[in-house]
Write a protein that binds this ligand. Structure first.
Ligand SMILES: *Cc1c(COP(=O)(O)O)cnc(C)c1O
Length: 411
C-alpha cells in the first residue's frame, strides 16, 4: 500500500524535524554542561557490574526456569536461586525460600496488604499505618477502607517521626497488620523500626515494612519485620523487578494465579535477567553500603552547610531526626518557585515526591510534617548516589545559590 508508506514517510519527516529542533533547543540550554542528576531516590542508573551479569541471560542463557527437562531450564533456574540467596543475604536472613520475586515494591505492597487483609478477615479488620507512607501503601489502605477495613493513619512530628507510644495505644485485638516504612523517600527520615517491631510483635501483630529506600543505604535486618518489600531500581538494579519477604506465608491464595511459579505464590514466567540483576545489585549494595554511606554523608552535609550559609531562611526538613546519609529535603525562603525551577534546569532534582510532581497538591509527607501548601511549593528533594562526585555537588550548590540570587527572596 503506497499510500500508507507515503503517510508514514511524511510522519517520519515531521518527527525528525521536530526532534532536531528539540535537540538544538536542549543543547543550547545545556551548552555549559550536562544536567547533574541528583534524584537517586526517584531511581538509580543500573550499575555496570549489574548489567554485565544480566546480559548473558537475555541472549545465551534464555531458558525458562520452569523447564525441568534440559540444561537451558536448569541454568536459568540456578541463576534465579543464586539471586534469591543474594537477596536473603542482603536482608540478613538465612531462609531464601521466604523471598518471592515481584515486579517491584508497588506490587509487593499491594500483595502484602491486600493478602493479609483477605487472609485475616475472620479475626480482625484494623490496620495501622502512617500518614507519611509511600502512595502505594496509602492507596492500598484507602482501597481496604472501601472494603470494610478500618485504618489508623498515625501522625508524625515536625521532624517526620511517628510516636511509638501513640502507635502502641491504637493497637487492638482486631488489629491484623501494622505497616510503617523503614526510611522515607522524600525526607530520608528513618523510623525507629527496632522499637516499633518490639512493641507491635510483643502483641503478636505482624509488622510490614517498606524498606525500598533503606536497603543499600543503611543496614537492614529483615528479622525486624514479618513482611518486607524492596525494589531493584532504587539500588542500582533494573526497573520492574523487586522482592517480597514474608517470614510466614500469610495468604492461602497465590498473588497471581498462573503456572505455579515461585512455589505457587506468584504465577508467570520469571524475569530471569531482572532477577539476576536484582541479586547482583543487592550483593554489591551489601558490600559497598558502608563506604557509600560515609562518602555521601560527607558530601550531603557539606552541601547543606553551604546552602545554609549562603541562603538565609533556608530550612532542612527532617534534620532533627535520624536520616538517610544522601537525602536532603529543603524548603527555600519565600520566592517564586516556578522561576526557581526554571533557573535550576541544569540540576535534576525533585519537587515533592516524583510520583506527585505533576500535580500542584502538596505532598502528603510534607503536609503531615506541618509544612503548608505554600511552603511545599518551594520545597525540593536532592538525593545523591553512587555515581555522584564532589564536583557535581559543588556545581549543584553553586547553581542553587545563583538561581535563588537571581530569582530573589520575597520580603
Ligand atoms: C520507589 C518506591 C516505591 C515503589 O517502588 P516501585 O518498585 O517503583 O514500584 C515504594 N516505596 C518507596 C519508599 C519507594 O521509594
Amino acid at each position: 500500500m503506497p499510500g500508507v508508506g507515503c503517510l508514514a514517510g511524511q510522519h517520519g519527516v515531521v518527527a525528525a524535524a521536530t526532534l532536531r529542533r528539540l535537540a538544538s533547543i536542549i543543547s543550547k540550554s545545556c551548552a555549559m554542561r550536562p544536567t547533574v542528576y541528583l534524584d537517586y531516590n526517584a531511581t538509580t542508573p543500573v550499575d555496570a557490574r549489574v548489567l554485565d551479569r544480566m546480559l548473558p541471560y537475555f541472549t545465551q542463557h534464555y531458558g525458562n526456569p520452569a523447564s525441568e527437562g534440559h540444561t537451558y531450564g536448569w541454568t536459568a533456574s540456578a541463576a534465579v536461586e543464586r539471586a534469591r540467596r543474594q537477596v536473603a543475604a542482603a536482608l540478613q536472613i538465612d531462609r531464601p525460600s521466604a523471598i518471592t520475586f515481584t515486579s517491584g515494591s508497588t506490587e509487593g505492597i499491594n500483595a502484602a496488604l491486600k493478602g493479609v487483609a483477605e487472609a485475616c478477615r475472620d479475626h480482625g479488620d484494623h490496620i495501622v499505618t502512617v500518614q507519611t507512607e509511600h502512595s502505594a501503601v496509602r492507596k492500598c489502605c484507602k482501597h481496604l477502607e472501601q472494603n470494610g477495613f478500618r485504618v489508623t493513619y498515625l501522625s508524625v512530628d515536625t521532624s517526620g517521626l511517628l510516636d511509638v507510644d501513640e502507635l502502641e495505644c491504637c493497637l487492638t485485638g482486631r488489629t491484623i497488620l501494622v505497616s510503617t516504612m523503614w526510611a522515607n523517600n522524600e525526607t530520608g527520615v528513618i523510623q525507629p523500626i527496632r522499637e516499633i517491631s518490639r512493641r507491635v510483635r510483643m502483641r503478636k501483630i505482624p509488622l510490614m515494612t517498606d524498606a525500598t529506600q533503606a536497603i543499600g543505604k543503611i543496614s537492614v535486618d529483615a528479622a525486624e519485620a514479618d513482611i518486607l518489600v524492596l525494589s531493584g531500581h532504587k539500588v542500582y538494579g533494573p526497573k520492574g523487578v523487586g522482592a517480597l519477604y514474608m517470614r510466614e506465608r500469610v495468604n492461602r491464595c497465590p498473588l497471581i494465579d498462573g503456572g505455579g511459579q515461585e512455589r505457587g505464590h506468584r504465577g508467570g514466567t520469571l524475569n530471569v535477567p531482572g532477577i539476576v540483576g536484582l541479586g547482583e545489585a543487592l550483593q554489591i549494595a551489601q558490600q559497598e553500603c558502608e563506604e557509600d554511606h560515609t562518602r555521601l554523608k560527607v558530601l550531603r552535609d557539606e552541601f547543606e552547610q553551604e546552602l545554609l550559609k549562603r541562603i538565609p531562611g533556608l530550612r532542612i526538613n527532617g534534620r532533627d531526626a535520624p536520616r538517610l546519609p544522601q537525602t536532603s529535603n529543603i524548603t527555600f525562603p519565600p520566592l517564586d518557585a516556578d522561576r526557581l525551577r526554571i533557573g535550576l534546569r541544569t540540576v535534576a532534582i525533585s519537587s515533592g515526591s516524583a510520583c506527585s510532581s505533576h500535580t500542584h497538591a502538596p505532598s502528603p509527607v510534607l503536609e503531615a510534617m506541618g509544612i503548608s501548601r505554600e511552603e511545599a511549593a518551594r520545597t525540593f528533594r536532592i538525593s545523591l548516589g553512587r555515581q555522584t562526585t564532589r564536583d557535581e555537588v559543588d556545581y549543584a550548590a553553586a547553581a542553587i545559590v545563583d538561581a535563588v540570587d537571581s530569582v530573589g527572596v520575597l520580603a
